[in-house]
Design a protein around this ligand. Sequence first.
Ligand code: ATP
Ligand code: MG
Length: 332
Amino acid sequence: MTDEIVVIEGDGIGREVVPAAVEVLSAFEFDFEFVTAEAGDATRDATGDALPDATYERVADADATLFGAAGETAADVILPLRKAVDSFVNVRPATAYPGVDALRPETDVVFLRENTEGVYSGHEDRLSDDLSTLTRVVTSSASRELAEYACEFVEDGRGPAGDPDEGFTVAHKANVMRETDGRFREEVLAVADERGVDADEELMDAFATKLPLDPTQYGVVVCPNLAGDVLSDLAAGLVGGLGLLPSANVGHDNALFEPVHGTAPDIAGEGVANPTAAILSAAMLLEYLGHAGAADRVREAVETVLAEGPRTGDLGGEATTEEVTAAVVDRL
Ligand code: ATP
Ligand code: MG
């Protein structure tokens, strides 16, 4: 059966790293149909709309989407697209690789971030000249759905340790936000208990101290929306280099994959962007579509190239995006 993959390059280095990722996907003989779609600043300038309906619908109807980056229209593009794939979890691995200068080279964690509610649910109001408020939304259903995903993730050995017995850590602030984070914590731990998955908990502020001091204490980390956003960026800082980090927005029967970095306007158009984050996003896409073996091969190829070169400028090398991509494809 053909899998339809929507490809959105977007702006800036998205136009350079997404083709690199497609080249890697094309190195396999899978039955993929790539459908290109437009979104971002350039699309807005050309059509008046950063996210045309046609793009939204293509993404909603696809099997998976590979997205690059959007410039100043990022929020207008990526937030609706996450809705288009009905994403309830944002998956963000932070892995340090040999050969890459990292603050904490032993870091290997995966964040599973709630992707629909919390303080990002959009319920903000300006009530007067002096007062603005935000309503924080936490449902048992979304918390349980995230926890079910986390349990499956751990059971399938997809955590950094590859060992289901490692379980996961839930980070929260239920001692202060007793109602909202209290509900989140309770539901996540209850699901883990029902499924026999080992789960421990950590207050998110304590976690923010302990992670950089000793990242080896953690593997899979489950978080509410805002906490996941901040804590996964903290972990990104430990592994060195925005050019390395992939992410996935996973929904019920659809998903969107994107590098964590943005459009990198300072180097865009020069052909020197690091394609690693986009290629690792493509590896997550392969795994999502049921090609776990191929995904592992991509990760191994990337790891070898990071260790042995060629490397792009952000990692101290002089290679172009094309040269690094060719080296990865060669390794495959
Ligand atoms: P945006 O508003 O689109 O996020 P930005 O200016 O914040 O743009 P980022 O893409 O977030 O830029 O990147 C921040 C810094 O990291 C920039 O200096 C950029 O060059 C560098 N960077 C990000 N991604 C890569 C990459 N793939 N390869 C090399 N350098 C990168
Ligand atoms: Mg940025």
